[in-house]
Design a protein around this ligand. Structure first.
Ligand SMILES: Cc1cc2nc3c(=O)[nH]c(=O)nc-3n(C[C@H](O)[C@H](O)[C@H](O)COP(=O)(O)OP(=O)(O)OC[C@H]3O[C@@H](n4cnc5c(N)ncnc54)[C@H](O)[C@@H]3O)c2cc1C
Length: 542
């Protein structure tokens, strides 16, 4: 075994790239970053509007499907996940949202000291370069560029006006003092280019001699000694299987599906499940893979009576303008505007529904191209009560694990989905849309009663790509990792990615995962946030 590295990071996604940067800042610390996918050469990754094309590139995507969903007509839902440098941050929609401050206070209350809002805010700030400048809630000088969109479709502005007409407030900053309201998203972009975690954290430090990045290197299993000490990893690259030793720690950053899968492949997980899959049990840990949570989403599609949408763009013209000048429609993240609102159904008064407005017809993740012009309003409940799990079915690392999302398992989640459709129509039916409004394509004007809308939801709801929670952080015995993100029952191993979230945050998940990795870097290096980041002034958020 080659004993050359202090830390081995598995997965170069949102978390992995962040850690690779922070840990290799010390030239005496040798870091190996393993990524199953290729380098991020595909130009559609970097051109924000290229997002709509990425669905066609199977080689940079794990292309997962859930198991048949009992509450969704037994459909298997498509779950794209990035398999490339930058991970899912290389294929995501770039909306910058942190969730609500109370989400983190919830984490703290659930037994995670050090993860309350006032503890995590400094790490959000440290990660960030806010183009609008520094404030008590926003940082500058960090690697992750957060900017205003360079190009906004006129319909996105119409959408915000419509929301105002429906009685909702305009909000210029969803990560400002109040999350509630409607407005344009800020995006993770620098000068009109996607700022993935690879662009933000990895590219600037690729020349460091103490950082080795291996792409197309798929980890197969952990190397674990009899006493529970994790010694390293086994991985396959170009058909050759190698073992690599970590002098200090292995850091699993493979995401909410693959991190639990890799633990299970290594004999760490629910004993019965492992035996059924033909895997020798090293540590019976029944919680691994459980607590799966995701944002289920429902789209309302409306025909647009004017050719102002992104549906029928001259792609050649847009591409040329983008590649020559980095301006124009090519810089749009497509999901330009949105909102956070209170349905009234939840137990508290923080926003419990999020919307993303797309000035184009978007069906089935963009895989079903509908003819003509139209606009799409996504709406998702933010804190689902249903819980799913990841199940390993084979000892073969090439076989995907089974994803039991269990959407709408809890009746409250269906009520929330119905509220999402009602609220979407309420906004879309305002006068601001009058000059553009054609007929409603989905659900369709004939769907008005509860039974019809439930039928529609079961037929059409899809993920909005935020699975988390499968290696839950906590102080209790059944938590997978402790608040330092160390895997219970083993030494020399941490999990650092979306899987550690105890509960799903009320917003998009890229920035929260980067925050988790920023904080984890300090935990690993034995630093406190006071050593590395200026503490921001407290501020009220609604
Ligand atoms: C289509 C889409 C749109 C989204 N839109 C937004 C958005 O607009 N805003 C937002 O905030 N969030 C968005 N998200 C969610 C956000 O991008 C993710 O929550 C976040 O990137 C997850 O980070 P992660 O580090 O946990 O996992 P990932 O970023 O997925 O990283 C995991 C990495 O591990 C690698 N890996 C897995 N298994 C192995 C193995 N065995 N060996 C080696 N490497 C391995 C993977 O290839 C991948 O690169 C979106 C996600 C998707 C898929």
């Amino acid at each position: 075994m080659n004993k050359d590295f202090d830390y081995i990071i598995v997965g170069a996604g949102s978390a992995g790239c962040t850690l690779a940067n922070r840990l290799s800042a010390d030239p005496d610390c040798r870091v190996l970053l393993l990524e199953a996918g290729p380098r991020d050469w595909n130009p559609f990754i970097h051109m924000p509007a290229g997002l709509s094309k990425l669905v066609n590139f199977k080689s940079i995507n794990w292309n997962y499907y859930t198991e048949p969903q009992a509450q969704l007509n037994n459909r298997k839902l498509y779950w794209p996940r990035g398999r490339v440098l930058g991970g899912s941050s290389s294929i995501n929609a770039m909306c910058y949202a942190r969730g609500h401050r109370s989400d983190y206070d919830d984490w703290q209350r659930l037994g995670n000291p050090g993860w309350g809002w006032s503890d995590v805010l400094p790490y959000f700030r440290r990660s960030q370069h806010q183009a609008r400048g520094e404030s008590e809630l926003h940082g500058t000088g960090g690697p992750l560029a957060v900017s205003d969109l360079m190009h906004v479709n006129p319909l996105s502005e119409v959408f915000i006006q419509a929301a105002e007409q429906a009685g909702f407030a305009r909000n210029r900053d969803f990560n400002g003092p109040a999350q509630r309201g409607f407005g344009l998203y800020q995006v993770t972009q620098r000068d009109g280019r996607r700022c993935s975690s690879a662009a933000a954290y990895l590219k600037p430090v690729r020349q460091r001699r103490n950082l080795v990045v291996r792409t197309r290197a798929q980890m197969l299993k952990l190397l674990i000694r009899g006493d529970g000490q994790v010694q390293g990893v086994r991985y396959r690259r170009r058909g050759i299987t190698r073992s690599m030793h970590a002098r200090r720690e292995v850091l699993l950053c493979a995401g909410a599906i693959n991190s639990p899968q890799l633990l299970m492949l290594s004999g760490v997980g629910p004993a019965d499940m492992l035996r059924r899959a033909g895997i020798e049990v090293l540590l019976d840990q029944p919680s691994i893979g459980t607590n799966l949570q995701d944002h289920l989403d429902i789209c309302t599609l409306t025909r647009c009576s004017q050719p102002v949408t992104y549906d029928q763009l001259n792609e050649l013209k847009v591409g040329l303008q983008y590649f020559l000048h980095h301006t124009g429609e090519g810089t749009s993240n497509i999901a330009e505007a949105g909102g956070f609102l209170v349905s009234g159904l939840d137990r508290d008064d923080r926003p419990d529904v999020q919307m993303h407005f797309v000035p184009a017809l978007l069906d089935d993740h963009g895989r079903n191209r509908l003819p003509g012009d139209g606009y799409t309003l996504h709406a998702c409940p933010l804190r689902p009560e249903s819980r799913g799990h990841i199940e390993i079915r084979s000892a073969d690392p090439r076989q995907p694990p089974a994803i039991h999302a269990n959407y709408l398992d809890e009746p409250h989640d269906l009520e929330m989905m119905l509220a999402c459709v009602r609220l979407s129509r309420e906004v879309l039916n305002q006068p601001a849309f009058k000059p553009f409004r054609g007929h409603e394509i989905l659900p369709g004007e004939e769907f008005t009663d509860r039974a019809g809308l439930i039928k529609f939801i079961r037929a059409k709801a899809e993920t909005i790509y935020h699975p988390v929670g499968t290696c839950r952080m906590g102080s209790d015995e059944s938590a997978v990792v402790d608040p330092q993100l160390r895997v219970r029952g083993l030494s020399g191993l941490r999990v650092i990615d979306a899987s550690i979230m105890p509960t799903l945050v009320g917003g998009n998940t890229n920035a929260p995962v980067i925050m988790i990795a920023e904080k984890a870097a300090d935990l690993i290096l034995g630093k406190t946030e006071a050593d590395t980041v200026p503490r921001a002034v407290e501020s009220e958020a609604a």
